[in-house]
Ligand binder design. Sequence first.
Ligand SMILES: *Cc1c(COP(=O)(O)O)cnc(C)c1O
Length: 461
Amino acid sequence: MDEKRLDCVHMTRRSIPSIDRLIQQYSDCGLPRGFLTAVIRKAVNEHRREAGTTEHLNASIRSAISGWKQQRIQPVINATGVVIHTNLGRAPLGQGVGEKLVQTGTQYSNLELDLGNGKRGSRGSYVEEALAILSGAEAATVVNNCAAALVLIIKALTERKKEVVVSRGELVQIGGGFRIPDILESAGATLREVGTTNRTSTKDYEKALGPETGMILKVHQSNFQVSGFVESVSHGELKKLGGRKRCPVVFDLGTGNLFPGLEVEGTATEPTPMQAINAGVDLVCFSGDKLMGGPQAGIIVGKRSLVSRLKKNPFFRALRCDKLILSGLQEVVEAYLGEEDGPVSPVAAMFEISADETKARCSSWKNVLSRSGLKMEVVEAPGTVGGGSLPGSSLKGFALAVRHVGLSAKKSLDFLRGGEVPVIGSIQSDRVLLNPRTVLEHQDPIVLKRLKELGQWEGLA
Ligand SMILES: *Cc1c(COP(=O)(O)O)cnc(C)c1O
């Protein structure tokens, strides 16, 4: 380093406020002190390297603080109309489930204690039995999520016979990084593809089954639709075939629709685990936090002998659920089995909202905001099920379309997302759409307050 440069470094060093002073200055920023200290140290180090101004240093600290604060998990308001929104945490849990989580989480519980004899008990045996009863299966168990359930099933059922027979029409990608062929490979199984993308027949399966077949896997096409010249083999037919060849049939159902009456415009009704079990499928797996409306979990229901095999596999221990999940799930399953009046979960309640109700709610929002300066219109806008469930489906309803006279829809959307409780909307024809279906009723005042602020905002900050 030449002398001139050294000089310069010394000068800026002298002008750097001390770390302690900076921590003091930003102490009420909302980040814990240890985190804030690390943020400031990092910014100061960069500042030393780059020899910028103090203003520059402060600007970079402020931006790091606000960036990290936005990444903390916090409540947001879902005004997208997408009920199972994976980016927004999928199914919101009901009040009762929330209370159960607090109760289990803040005290000791009988998680693995048999209260009858005081000896070690089995984790989750009640919720497993309840899930079996609910789905009409012999037995059930629970792991972390449906992807984990599938890995466990493949691991356990292909220990000796490695081949898994899957239709080419079902070699799908479900969400980020979840591809059926990759899952099979990573679980050490061999993929045996049958049929074509659009057509697979019973004969195709029949030809593929042999001494090496460990299982037949059917994957629910939960997040896309194929139409036209298509043929697939129902899980019922597969069961007949599997039964003849003494080969277990597994159905990765994913979505986990437990409402037999769920009818959403524009789709064939989503299959239920009960139907698959009824048809004789050996194992069915589905998510807890999609249509079921519970916490993240992978639920496996089916034949007792196979479920026991899964539970004896070493992977089961690695994929097991926490007490919070098991007790939350217990609450949800009990709501289904309780057959009480009213929706079983907030997700179910959102499905039941009528188009008229969404219209009335939009109109009342519009009334409250009549002097906000925003241009508003109540427009027809369907909600969707989301979460890769019922593709092409729509839930008839209305949304409030909002336009700020001086700002683009994108800027307005960003502003709504930037409040103390972020409001997440969508954009259509250069307007912000706010769909009331997914806004919990107690959140209305927050949405309205933020919209009023939007009306007054000049777009400068
Ligand atoms: C969603 C889905 C999964 C993955 O479920 P997670 O609970 O998110 O792991 C697997 N299979 C199907 C068919 C799905 O729809």
